[in-house]
Design a protein around this ligand. Structure first.
Ligand code: SF4
Ligand code: SF4
Length: 451
């Protein structure tokens, strides 16, 4: 059979076959890895995306045959460990994704490997499970007395050394502070604006606050509320909220993902069916509802209803602008803004909506950087990966710091964790960052002149 180089049809993605017992069959998974790795070895387009592909190609090049058949299958797990499921290889590079007959889905094959590892139990399982329990950590660390201790202890060099040695959290990796006042407990209620539906946008919003915004940086959530209120969009907060499940997915804990889905989806589906646009201010959480849960539960009507109602905040605001319902009464310019588009937003295939909104602000020059920062959720803080995470981010740090119009006034990423990782990279390169990092929704609030 002749197999053409790329596919002419739009890429599709097959559901994740995780309920099939074969999914967890190690030998079947290794056979599939051998098939896929062989195609990748012949292609090598993804060599610069992350450390998974260089790890694979080094194994091949150093093998006795110089081919995939010369690589010890036990070493395949080294490739799995380097993948943090950003999805960029699938959605932006690979010509062999379905409907191409080679049917390649590199990230979901890596996810299968992680799920097998998780079931079997890995030496780092304790650390990995702790880091992925974002909701529980936030609840515990946010207790008023505890929060001060946790925040100061996480900056103590001796403690960080011990954490590095015994728990596998790299001593130099940036860790977020916890807030004593979670977003969901302190949110100002919506004003009684009337609902104005547009052609493309529901006129009322439900906020899925996300663990990070709720427990770590509630200011981002308050800024989102201010922007909605300024645009006279009434909002509610999703009534019961658990972690979206992305950290557990990245660990291969698919039963853990299912347990969280069973908390979130019923109430989010109710909101979707009641005509709300659901906004999640962290791209990974939005991606979970837009893509990963629908692929894990393709026949679940509630999951599909939530998928259809879920928006990235800037995707919503651009659609609102197209509906002629977004205010552009900006009071402040932002100057030179370096903006990093997060991988988990890129792969949502919605275009560069954050950039589009920031560019509406007068006297604002946006320098857009479209490349992986290397942080990747909890992956970049682990002792064994942090240095690689900094290395992957280096081109991003440079491009963010070198705004083509001169001195950078602000830098931002849709993913605030990536923003802090970039800040760490800029500081390591001796760049001045004091007061310059802000989430894009905060920049929009500033441009509107809202206190
Ligand atoms: S999903 Fe991302 S991290 Fe994983 S192999 Fe593809 S590009 Fe690399
Ligand atoms: S994932 Fe696709 S594009 Fe990337 S190296 Fe493999 S075959 Fe090539």
């Amino acid at each position: 059979m002749t197999v053409r180089e790329g596919s002419l049809e739009a890429p599709t993605r097959h559901p994740l076959d995780w309920l099939n017992p074969q999914f967890y069959d190690e030998s079947a998974a290794l056979t599939e890895m051998e098939r896929v790795f062989d195609i990748c070895h012949g292609c090598r387009r993804c060599v610069s995306l992350c450390n998974a592909f260089p790890t694979l190609f080094d194994l091949v090049d150093e093998s006795s045959t110089g081919e995939v058949d010369g690589v010890n299958k036990a070493d395949y797990w080294k490739v799995v460990d380097q993948c943090y499921l950003c999805d960029v290889c699938y959605l932006t590079k690979c010509p062999y994704v379905p409907p191409h007959p080679w049917n390649l889905d590199f990230p979901h094959l890596m996810l299968r490997g992680k799920a097998i590892q998780f079931k079997q139990g890995s030496p780092t399982r304790f650390r990995d499970v702790q880091l992925a329990s974002t909701d529980r950590n936030g609840k515990l660390a946010g207790i008023p007395v505890v929060v001060k201790i946790v925040n100061s202890v996480s900056k103590n060099e001796t403690v960080r050394g011990l954490l590095d040695e015994h728990l596998g959290v790299h001593k130099d990796a940036w860790l977020p502070d916890f807030s004593a006042e979670p977003f969901r407990k302190n949110i100002a209620p919506s004003k009684p604006h009337s609902v104005r539906d547009g052609q493309r946008t529901p006129g009322k919003v439900a906020i899925f606050s996300t663990c990070y915004v709720n427990y770590n940086e509630p200011g981002i959530g308050h800024d989102l509320v201010k922007v909605l209120d300024h645009n006279e969009i009434p909002f509610v907060i999703a009534e019961k909220e658990a972690c979206c499940g992305m950290p557990k997915l990245e660990l291969g804990d698919l039963e853990g993902v299912k347990a969280l889905k069973e908390i979130n989806i019923p109430m989010l589906a109710k909101l979707a069916r009641a005509g709300y646009a659901i906004l999640a201010p962290i791209p990974s959480c939005g991606l979970m509802f837009k893509q990963e849960l629908p692929l894990m539960f393709p026949d679940d009507a509630d999951v599909q209803a939530v998928r259809a109602a879920m928006f990235d905040p800037f995707e919503y605001l651009v659609a609102r602008s197209k509906d002629s319902l977004l205010k552009t009464d900006f009071q402040a310019s932002l100057g030179n803004v370096s903006y990093h588009i997060a991988c988990h937003l890129r792969v949502q295939n919605v275009g560069q909506k954050t950039r589009e909104v920031l560019q509406m602000i007068p006297d604002t020059q946006v320098n857009t950087v479209e490349r992986c920062s290397g942080h990747a959720g909890t992956w970049g803080v682990k002792s064994e990966y942090h240095e690689v995470a900094m290395k992957i981010g280096r081109p991003v740090f440079r491009q963010i710091g070198d705004h083509p119009k001169g001195e950078m006034d602000w830098f931002a990423s849709d993913c605030q964790l990536a923003g802090h990782h970039i800040e760490q990279g800029l500081q390591a390169a001796g760049r001045e960052t004091e007061g310059k990092l802000a989430h894009p929704i905060t920049l929009l609030r500033i441009a509107y002149g809202l206190a």
